[in-house]
Design a protein around this ligand. Structure first.
Ligand code: HEC
Length: 145
């Protein structure tokens, strides 16, 4: 039940976030990452046994990551380096190739997780572990805190 509510909240956030994309890329990219954070939390609740493993929920977690990985790169136009409480590092604009490569790896690892169709908790642990290894790696390099 709790898991379903977390995922529903995550989906609601992503749909409200995407509606404002044209005007405010900072708000959209933050909403998108919050959504990824909520999905990842729901995924690790299953990993830790705090929520029962559910294959459909596991797929949704991985799809939320993958959708974000594919769309996130568009949300850093010139002029969005500051303001809106962004914690994006200037390094994104200085090293766009490196940032794009980090996003591509996140997209590939989450896509591999979806393709693996994890049907039990052990299988899911392996793929969410691989996908979530991208979070800290990118945040350390491309976030201010
Ligand atoms: C390729 C880079 C990259 C990857 C991979 C990545 N993030 Fe992020 N994330 C960012 C950036 C950049 C920001 C800052 C956005 C801003 O403030 O403008 C951010 C912000 C966040 C935030 C804060 C959102 C807010 O409220 O402002 C959360 C939570 C988050 N990420 C979770 C995750 C999780 C969980 C994963 C892995 C499953 C992940 N991220 C993977 C780049 C990444």
């Amino acid at each position: 039940m709790k898991l379903k509510m977390m995922l529903a909240a995550a989906l609601l956030m992503s749909s409200t976030g995407l509606g404002t994309s044209a005007e405010d890329p900072i708000a959209v990219r933050k909403a998108m990452m919050k959504n990824v954070g909520a999905a990842t939390g729901a995924g690790f609740a299953m990993v830790k046994g705090k929520a029962e493993f559910n294959a459909a929920a596991a797929e949704l977690v991985l799809r939320t990551m993958n959708t974000a990985a594919l769309g996130f790169g568009e949300l850093f136009p010139a002029g969005s380096e500051s303001g809106g409480k962004t914690i994006a590092s200037q390094k994104i604009w200085d090293d766009r190739a490196g940032f794009n490569a980090a996003l591509a790896k996140f997209a590939a690892d989450s896509a591999a997780g979806i393709a693996a169709k994890p049907a039990d908790l052990d299988a899911f642990k392996a793929v969410i572990g691989a996908a979530a290894s991208n979070c800290n790696a990118c945040h350390k390099a491309y976030r201010t805190k």
